[in-house]
Each structure stands twice: as C-alpha cells, then as structure tokens.
Write a new protein. Structure first.
Length: 636
C-alpha cells in the first residue's frame, strides 16, 4: 500500500517533515519504506483500518491535530428501485447500491484527483472507476462500478460452488473452481466479490450511468482468492484485512460529492441493505490493569485521552471500540494501543542479570541436536506457531493476525507434514526436515508449554552414491539415529498418506520428542557442520518444473580424478541448482572408476527448455573431453 507524503501532510496542521511522520509511523508499529516521498506501507493483517489516508491520520491524531473530514454530499437521496437478492447474508451482511447518471464525461479532473494519479504514478481508467479508486485511497472502503446499462435482469449475490470461465475487467480469463463469492446477473457471474469485476459489465470511457456497489464482506470469505486466481487486487487486500462495516453511507456520499465537483448529475438514487446488526465491543475502564500489563504508571485521564484521540468512546465506565477497529477486544489489546502511543522505547525497562559463562543446558542440547541433524542431511524449518486446526486442548488466540489461524500449535508434526508436501509438489525426491519449537495446550484450565523436537522424512535417503538407491524408512532412521545417539529414544512412526492430496507413494516417517526427555549424553556429540561465516540471503523457491540430466564418466587415468571431480562439483550456472554423485564404482580388475553425476536445472522465471540444458551440458562435456584418460560412455 503506497501513501503519498503530500496527501497526508496537507491534512496535518503542524506540517511535519516526512522524516518526522516516518518516525511516528514506526512508533505506532507501521513498518514502511520511503521511496521518492511515498510511504510504501507494510501493514499487519489485523490493521486493515490503516489502509487509507484517513486511517493513518486517525492513528497520527495522537500526536497532531488532523483533518479527516472530507466534504460529502449532504442532501436527501431517493430510494433506488433495484431487483437484488442476497443468498449469502452471513458473508455479506451489509451492502449499498448507488445509481447515478451524469450529463457528460469531464474533460479534466480537479487538482486533488489528478494529483492522486500523478503523485503515485497510477494509470487512469475511466471517470467512475477513477473516483472509486480515489475514494478507496481516502477512506479504505473499496467500491465497484458497473455500467448500469450493461446489467439486465436480477442481481444476485451468493457463495457459489461452480466451475466456469470468468473474464475479468483486466481482460484476464480465469477458471472459477470450488466455492467462490460472486455477483450474478441472468445466472452469469459478473463479479468475483471483493476481488475483481467482470469485463462484460465494466465501465468504459463512455459510461454515463453507473451502478456503484459498496459492501462489507466477511474477511475469511475473501482471503486467498486473489492468490488462487493470480490477480493483483487492491480491493481484496483491504477486504481481507477488514473494512469498516459502518462507513458505507459516508463512502457513497463522498463518491457523489466528487462526481458533483466534476460534472452535472442528472439523476441518482440509493438503497442500503443491513441484514445483521454490527457488534459493539465494550471494555471496562481498568487503568491499573493497563499499567500492570505494560509496566507504566499513567493516570486514568491520560489513558482515556489517548484512547479518545484514537477514536475510542468512553461511556458509563466502559470503553466503546470504534467500528473500524476489529482487532480490539481485550484489556491486552488496549494496553498495546497505549504502548504504541507512548513508544516502547519510552517505557522503563526491568533488567535481569544472567551470570557470565553460564548457559542453560537446554539450549546447549538443542544446538547439539540441531548440528546432529544438519550433519545427517536434515534441513531446519521455522513454522508459524499459529494454525487453523482446533484440537480438544487447543488454545484460541483472542485477536489473531489471521482469523483462519487462530489457534496455537499443540504439535509440530502437522506443520512439518505441510512442509513435506510443499516440497514434494516441487519434485523434491529426498526430503528430511526438522523443527525445534514450543507447543501449547490447555489442561485443567491451565496453559502448558513444552519444548519439542520434531523430525519428518520421505523419499531417497540422500543425494550421494551411498544413499541414492536407498529409500527412507523407519528402519533406516532408527539405525541412523542410534549410531550417533544410542541412548536416546526416537519413536519413529509411519504417517498414512490416505487423507493427503498427493500421488507420491514414498513412506513418510516422523517423530516428535520432548526436549526434556533427552539425556546429557547429547552434549558429547561432536558436530561436523559449521555455522556460516557470512549472511546467506534468502532466495525464493521456484514453482516451475525442473529438468534432470545424468552423465556417467569412465576414468582410467587416476591422477586426473580429483581435478575432474572438483571441476564438476564446482561448476556454476544460474540455472544449475544442484550437482551430486549418484553412482560410484571402482572396477579394480579393469583399473577403471565409473562415476555418475546428476545435474538439476531450474529457472525462477520460466519453464526451462531442453535447448538451455543442452547448452550448459555441452560446456561441461567439451571441457572433460580435453582431459586425457576420461571418457563419457555412450556419447556419440
């Protein structure tokens, strides 16, 4: 989300510098970068209220006098006569429609509207869509504009389980599959709700009569749709993070005002449907609790003043949470608000002393286990502690960052299983993963925390000539672990693939062990792996298929063996992702060594071609053919 500094500062009376506003935004927890006087914001999933000019100004109002009152159309509106049916009211509990007809399309925009496109380097679309985008930028509520003349028949909203082609207004054809929230006209999808409209009913530069849809959608119903269909959607980005369910009328009236400032309106009418009363959250005023949580000593007046500036209302010793703050439900949430306003760096620290040279055995043990697993070809995984799976002893988070993942993990194996399937879908044939983390559960109304090591593995035993033909099995892992850690209990088990969406047949072996159950014998393990000397930058994993090429070499001049192997294994190319020896045979009778190398190629940008692979392999072959005593059997 990009916000122009000049658009923010013109609403702040003190006219602070961009660096000062930047410091305040960081204090409030809004991560961002500054690019050419543009704040490139990185909002957390639970702060959808800040995805707009007004949203940021509301937060900044604790430091400055700000103006968030844009001009709106204040006159009475006629009731719109529309044939509309909502078949999924739980997903869309509030929706408004405005029909507006204008005399002519304006030749140019007012400065404020023109600056929006110019300052953010955005392309204009058409008059009504441009206003829709600008209003969303101002107050965070997306709207969708249909060309009213292109809608014939009844308009229906529903969650539909279907499979059909849908052409978006971006002229991209997508195949809707499974359950989707859609608007239909004459039983045909004209809008993927909360994500993107359809081309068939989209506005054009000639559109003079528009039907503006302004809705609230349950975030859980929108999450993942833009990713599923590979659509860049500013609307879905906001709907996924919660929009204010009570801002529809203001949004519509702001829309009308901007239209009115640009052209003459011939006719307009509005209708609003409210199927469910919005929840009003009230939290008791308990200043002492807030001070205990964050370690402060602020007065009640100071506490309530901060909240009032943020839009909270105090009534009858209760704090009423504004409709746009869906993330506030408990005293802990209010404490976080105060901590942001005061600034975490300004809260006094309570220091503890750790004796020098004394390190807890549990962390030494974890590091030894970590090195042991790395030495044996396992990769460490760090997963989110939040999951969507609810067990009988799961702990539910009051205010989750993602409403689809509101439980704390009660085991590590399920997360590792998802990691394994992710790698299998990307054609990985040797998968060995582990994780060391806390798990949480509740028993007898008490929260229990335990530290676990979980291991999961499947496929080839390894990418080397000794393990290439071996498959990972319970017997294989038992032997591997007992050899180095004979006194530890690893109860490996085979996980069933019956309920998994996979065609791979390899056994999945896993175990999950309480760190507290390991003996101090683990501390005597002598590791081989070393920590990296420099920072290793993350590189994205390609979803594109890879290509494999095997080459076998016959070596009869042994003095060239080391040079030959070093050349192959050290060969570099941006498309060459991995090289390893998968076959090695020393034929003493014929004084010959045969070595098989596997080369794995993959691109991050496009599917790799046979010609690309051949070009790289040719470079290797041409070099090897110049070495006496080394041949490539079968090469013509």
């Amino acid at each position: 989300m990009k916000i122009a500094y000049k658009h923010l500062v013109k609403n702040i009376i003190a006219n602070p510098s961009i660096d000062e506003i930047s410091d305040r935004l960081f204090q409030l927890g809004h991560e961002h970068e500054i690019e050419n006087d543009i704040f490139n914001m990185e909002f957390t999933p639970n702060r959808g209220d800040c995805l707009s000019i007004n949203g940021l100004l509301r937060d900044l109002s604790v430091f400055y006098n700000v103006n968030t009152n844009q001009e709106i159309y204040n006159h009475k509106l006629n009731k719109l006569d529309i044939d509309f049916e909502n078949l999924s009211q739980d997903i869309c509990p509030q929706i408004s429609f405005l029909k507006i007809e204008i005399e002519s399309i304006p030749n140019k925009y007012k400065d404020y509207l023109n600056d929006y496109f110019k300052d953010l380097n955005l392309n204009k679309n058409n008059f009504f869509t441009d206003i829709s985008n600008y209003v969303s930028y101002e107050n965070g509520q997306p709207t969708h504009c249909y060309d009213a003349d292109k809608i014939n028949g009844k308009l229906v909203f529903q969650e539909l389980d279907t499979e059909q082609e849908f052409e978006t207004l971006l002229e991209k054809k997508i195949n809707l599959i499974g359950r989707n929230n859609v608007f239909l006209s004459n039983d045909k999808v004209i809008n993927l709700a909360g994500v993107v409209g359809g081309k068939e009913t989209s506005c054009s530069s000639d559109t003079k009569t528009v039907l503006v849809e302004c809705a609230f959608f349950k975030p859980e119903a929108i999450i993942g749709k833009s990713v599923k269909y590979d659509i860049q959607s500013e609307a879905s980005y906001k709907f996924e993070r919660f929009v204010d369910p009570e801002c529809q009328e203001k949004t519509i009236r702001r829309f009308i005002k901007i239209v009115e400032e640009h052209t003459n309106i011939k006719d307009m009418s509005l209708i609003t449907y409210n199927y469910k009363k919005n929840k009003v959250t009230k939290i008791p005023v308990k200043t002492n609790v807030i001070n205990q949580i964050i370690g402060t000593n602020i007065s009640q007046d100071e506490y309530l003043t901060y909240l009032s500036k943020l839009g909270f209302v105090v009534n009858d010793e209760n704090i009423e949470v504004p409709s746009y703050r869906s993330d506030i439900e408990t005293q802990n949430d209010l404490a976080e608000e105060i901590a942001r306003v005061i600034g975490y760096d300004n809260i006094a620290r309570n220091e503890i002393t750790i004796p020098k040279g004394k390190i807890s055995n549990i962390y030494d043990m974890e590091n030894k286990l970590r090195f042991f697993l790395l030495d044996h070809g396992f990769y460490e995984v760090i997963n989110s502690p939040f999951v969507g799976i609810n067990t009988s002893n799961s702990i539910c988070v009051d205010n989750p960052l993602d409403s689809n993942k509101k439980y704390l993990r009660s085991n590590l194996t399920q997360s590792l299983l998802e990691n394994l399937l992710f790698n299998e879908r990307r054609q990985k044939d040797s998968i060995k993963l582990f994780e060391i983390s806390d798990i949480y559960n509740i028993k007898d109304n008490k929260i229990n925390v335990s530290r676990k090591l979980a291991v999961i593995a499947s496929g080839r035993a390894g990418h080397n000539y000794k393990d290439f033909s071996k498959k990972i099995s319970k017997k294989y892992l038992d032997a591997l672990f007992k050899e180095s850690l004979p006194n530890e209990d690893f109860e490996f088990k085979v996980l069933s693939r019956e309920s998994l969406n996979t065609k791979v047949k390899n056994e999945i072996i896993s175990c999950e062990v309480d760190i507290a159950n390991f003996s101090t014998d683990v501390l005597s393990y002598s590791e081989i792996s070393k920590s990296p000397e420099s920072f290793i930058e993350y590189s994205p994993i390609s979803d594109l298929p890879y290509s494999i090429r095997d080459l076998s070499f016959s070596i009869k001049d042994f003095k060239e063996l080391d040079t030959f192997i070093e050349y192959i294994l050290e060969f570099k190319h941006k498309l060459l992702k991995e090289i390893y020896i998968f076959d090695y045979f020393n034929n003493e009778k014929n004084a010959e060594i045969k070595i098989g190398f596997r080369f794995i190629f993959q691109s991050a940008d496009s599917t790799i071609t046979e010609a690309q692979v051949n070009d790289i392999i040719s470079v290797i072959i041409d070099h090897i053919e110049e070495i006496d005593g080394i041949t490539i059997p079968g090469l013509t």
